[in-house]
Design a binder for this molecule. Structure first.
Ligand code: ADP
Ligand code: ASP
Ligand code: MG
Length: 408
């Protein structure tokens, strides 16, 4: 008898019919003799709608109350799902994050999982129930409700799989697995059968939001092998696990795109002090995540520094940097540029295959696409492009690495 954790995302429970579909799938897995824990997202669109309502009430809603509000989305879907299972004559029980023993710490709206005490979950499994847990939420030791960042039900599922020592962790979504690029953007993208944690993490954190990046980090840390699959069919999905030698044969395994990027450039820096630290500390204090950083010294002896971030953080970044400018030099000034996007190619094979960057930039140049800032890691190359060019950029780079022809 196996213990299986199955996560169903928002689109998989987006309508009452789809909730019934999930109920049937859980019952089927249970009837095959398995113990089943389901981790469920809010119905698609619900979290966005709740956030929208909060912003109708006030400009900057307190994050504690946002958590309180957002957590209700998952409570709706778990209750409806248990009703559907019950209606089909099977035993099930729903648990909020707190009831499932998910203990969190850190800041509201981006809580981190401290520990999971699955006592109630295990007791309900022993009682023969299908256990349905709310994704995306937990509770602090002091009893405050936390959410785990957007897409956080992936993290709930992986953490629950680690806590109950599941034999299998399956992430059900609305595509057949992880593709070589978002299949909604590149039509001939292929499903990748097996992917390493590192590749999945780099893809997720560079815009392939099929998995939440933090959940992949957690899976890697605790060795949780998981499979991304489609909730509407029985096709095999993508297994994400430790790297193996076969994965290195391809230099590039996937292409990610991230829209809504903005750039801030601080110029006229003459301060002899460690100005990078001043700038980055101001941004860190304002809890702004920056991505690419480029620093250089111009001919006139003044330094400039540029960095990219999500568009949503641009206003806060400007506000955080304004008071710092006088400390950077009498001519220090700030310029901003919105309307950017980021293209990344990812693959562990990059470590042993050279010429990957040249191929990326040749493909973009041949298509007449201008590139901006560039950043690399051991297994990723990223560049900014104009937002209007990003889909074409993804298609030409995807084609340049023959990613429509992968078989392994
Ligand atoms: P869920 O509601 O199940 O959590 P998400 O919307 O978070 O689903 O993730 C699934 C979506 O991720 C797909 O519909 C797809 O458009 C998008 N996506 C982005 N990049 C990729 C990729 N490389 N492979 C598969 N899907 C991707
Ligand atoms: N409902 C949450 C969101 O939309 C969490 C999730 O779906 O994973 O971000
Ligand atoms: Mg998701």
């Amino acid at each position: 008898m196996a213990l299986i954790v199955q996560k169903y995302g928002g689109s998989s429970v987006g309508t009452i019919d789809r909730i019934r579909n999930v109920a049937r799938r859980l019952i089927e897995t249970h009837e095959q003799g398995n113990r089943v824990v389901a981790v469920i997202s809010a119905m698609s669109g619900v979290t966005d709608k709740l956030i929208g309502m909060a912003h109708q009430v006030m400009d900057n809603p307190p994050e504690r109350e946002l958590d309180m509000l957002m957590a209700t989305g998952e409570q709706q879907s778990i209750a409806l799902l248990v009703m559907a299972i019950t209606d089909m004559g099977h035993k099930a029980v729903s648990f909020t994050g707190a009831q499932a023993g998910i203990c969190t710490y850190g800041s509201h709206t981006r809580g981190r999982i401290e520990s999971i005490d699955p006592e109630k979950v295990v007791a309900a499994l022993n009682d023969g129930c299908i256990v349905v847990c709310a994704g995306f939420q937990g509770v602090t030791r002091e009893g405050a409700i936390h959410t785990l960042g957007r897409g956080g039900s992936d993290l709930s599922a992986i953490a629950m799989a680690a806590a109950v020592r599941a034999d299998l962790c399956q992430i059900f979504t609305d595509v057949d697995g992880v593709y070589t690029c978002d299949p909604r953007v590149v039509k001939d993208a292929c499903k990748i059968p097996v992917l390493s944690y590192e590749e999945m993490l780099e893809m997720a954190s560079s815009g392939s939001k099929v998995m939440q990046a933090r959940s992949v980090e957690f899976a890697k840390k605790f060795g949780v092998v998981f499979e991304v699959r489609n909730s509407m069919n029985n096709n095999p999905g993508t297994i994400v696990q430790e790297e193996n030698r076969a994965m290195e044969s391809l230099a590039v395994r996937g292409v990610s795109i991230e829209r809504n990027q903005a750039r801030v450039t601080v110029s006229g820096i003459t301060a002899p002090v460690a100005y990078t630290s001043l700038i980055l500390s101001a941004l860190a204090e304002a809890e702004i995540n920056i991505d690419m950083i480029v620093a250089n010294t111009a001919h006139d002896g003044m330094a400039r520094q540029s960095f990219t971030m999500n568009m949503n953080d641009l206003g806060a970044a400007q506000a955080a940097l304004k008071p710092v400018l006088p400390q950077l030099g009498p001519k220090a000034a700030m310029e901003t540029e919105a309307g950017l996007a980021k293209l990344s190619v990812v693959g562990v094979g990059m470590r042993s295959n050279s010429g990957v960057a040249a191929r990326v930039f040749r493909a973009l140049a041949e298509a007449g696409i201008a590139t901006g800032m560039i950043a690399t890691s051991e297994i990723r190359i990223s560049t900014t492009v104009e937002a209007a060019d990003i889909e074409q950029a993804a298609r030409v780079v995807h084609a340049a690495f023959n990613l429509d022809q992968i078989t392994a």
